[in-house]
Structure formats: C-alpha cells, structure tokens
Design a protein around this ligand. Sequence first.
Ligand SMILES: [Mg+2]
Length: 302
Amino acid sequence: MNEFDLIQHFFLKQKIKRQDVTLGIGDDAALLSLKKGQSLVITTDTMVEGVHFKPHTHPAHLGHKILAVNLSDLAAMGATPAWVTLALTLPEANPAWLEAFGSGFFSLAEQFQVELIGGDLTRGPLSMTVGAYGLVPPGLALRRDTAKPLDKIFVSNTLGDAAFGLTSANPFFLKKLETPIPEITLGESLRNTAHACIDVSDGLIADLSHILAKSGVGATIFTHKIPLSEELKKHTDYEKALTLALSGGDDYVLCFTVPPKNAHKISSKCTEIGFITENPEFRILNEDSSTYSPITAGYQHF
Ligand SMILES: [Mg+2]
C-alpha cells in the first residue's frame, strides 16, 4: 500500500462524526465550526520509541496511550475533548501494526466522542504526535497559576502503579502504564470547584511543583496520606512504593487544589494529601511530622 492508501484505509475507519466538523480528513486542512461562548483549549504531546515506550510495546496500547496522554492534558484544563490530529512516523508501512494501533486509538476516541480531523504519515524511527483540541466555557479553564493559600490538595487516584509497570510484567501495573484512562469527567466537574489543576505525568513532586511555582505559593503534603494501591503495597515495600508514588511518572491522575469551602463537593474517590501555604516552601512530612526526603524528584525531559 502506498501512503495514500494507508491513510485512506486507516484514518477513514473512525466511527465518530461530529456535527461541528464541517470538513474532516481529506482536504489540505480541516474546517471546524465553533460556537460562541466557548474557549478553545489546545495541547500536543509526542511519544518516541525508546524514550517514552519500550520497543515492541503492543501497537493497540500505543494507539490508546498517545491519545490518552493528550486527553489527560485537556482533562487537567477542565476541557471537554472534541477533535484530534495525529502525525505518525513509522519505520515501515505495516498494515497489521496500523490496524492494531487504530483499534486502540479509535476505541478511546469513541469513548470520549473525539473526532480525528487530520493526520500525517512519514517514514522514519517510530514516533507519534497527537494534537488535541477541547472546549471549555470562558473563564472556567483549570490552570496551574491559580492555587491559593489554605486550598486543600487532592489527587484523583492511586500513584506509583504506572512507574512500577516499567519493571513489572504484572498485568495490573502494565495496564496502568500502557492504557491509562484520562480523567475527563472529573476535570469537567472541577470547573466551578477547584482553583488549580495539573495531570501527573512526570511524578507528583515534579507536577505539584509546577502549580506551586506558577501560583507563587508553597505546599505541605503528608506521606501517609498518599494513596497507594493494594497491589503496589503487596508487590513492593512501603519505602519503594512511596518513592514511585512521589517521583515516578505516567500516572495521569489529576492533582488539584480546592478552597476549603468547596472541599465537601469533591468525589470520595479523590484523596486529600495536604494543603497550599503562603510560604513558598514545598514540605513533605511523615506521619510523625519528620521531613521526608525524596530520593529523586521526578522525570526530567532533558
Ligand atoms: Mg500535563
């Protein structure tokens, strides 16, 4: 198959057809009709073989994950996902690989009613880039620079499971690592409730630090409040589990800050782990009030 056939075969298989897409794949560019009174939220993320995923990762999981990490960024903004673009670089035109990649990609796209509106296919070392576009009412997007002193800090799920999946063949951890589910519904529900929000991709310490730096505040969090899965506690000792939870990446849970008056509105599936302080210090305390010293702070891109 040539590039054109591959694109035809692959990209035109999606079932989602949104009303707001005037012109989708097949022209020089896509045309979208935007409603008044909505802000457009835009993000993009790349995954490169050997950097972001191991060689021979199942293509269906790659298709899922490259979409999931982008939708997770929209979730962290409180946005409702609408459209995506996909640029794929492949060492060879392998129809079976593309078929599997597409099954992972499109089943997640269907789950969130996201339409693929453009794409590109190139030959080269395996890498994939998605651009994701979402919508949010003006003024209600969740940002990193809006945390306030006394806000309570929450995380939306257990931490450290995905990082443990990097060195484990256990299906529970591999699922967390390779097919995370973006917290879209939660992000939308936080629009009127939370002050600041980020998705945890590089590790809790690293990502919460971004909120603190952007907001000009500090935080105190407690190690004994960090949610750990029963599976993680069963498969490793507490110290290692805590290190993975605080400094491991790829969890794609939301970390957000909430003014005390709104704390009762937060779903019981989320866990309160500490609070924002006016003092710009980031303190991590153990249950006995001693200071916890992390072994590593988180994933560094460079
Ligand atoms: Mg992010």
